[in-house]
Design a protein. Structure first.
Length: 84
């Protein structure tokens, strides 16, 4: 409807499903229904997405990107360390 992709977007990632270099059709994964074990994580993700959107609206794109991209990187590092 906007006829442009020139606007900031909030994206919620699904994380890495497989090892780098492996082939995987993520479409089937992201379009499937969340199972019972995933629903708690989805609720948390939606809450964080709302907070990130509010931050963008009130504090601007740069602040939101700095704050929420850093938070995602820190969370990913923690998850990776726990998995090892």
């Amino acid at each position: 409807h906007l006829q442009t992709e020139d606007f900031p977007r909030l994206r919620c990632g699904i994380g890495r499903l497989i090892s780098p270099g492996e082939e995987y059709d993520a479409t089937k994964f992201v379009l499937s229904v969340f199972d019972r074990d995933e629903r708690s994580a989805v609720r948390k993700m939606v809450t964080k997405a709302g907070e990130a959107a509010l931050c963008f609206a009130t504090e601007g794109l740069t602040v939101a990107m700095d704050r929420w991209n850093m938070a995602a990187e820190n969370e990913s590092s923690k998850a990776h360390a726990i998995a090892e």
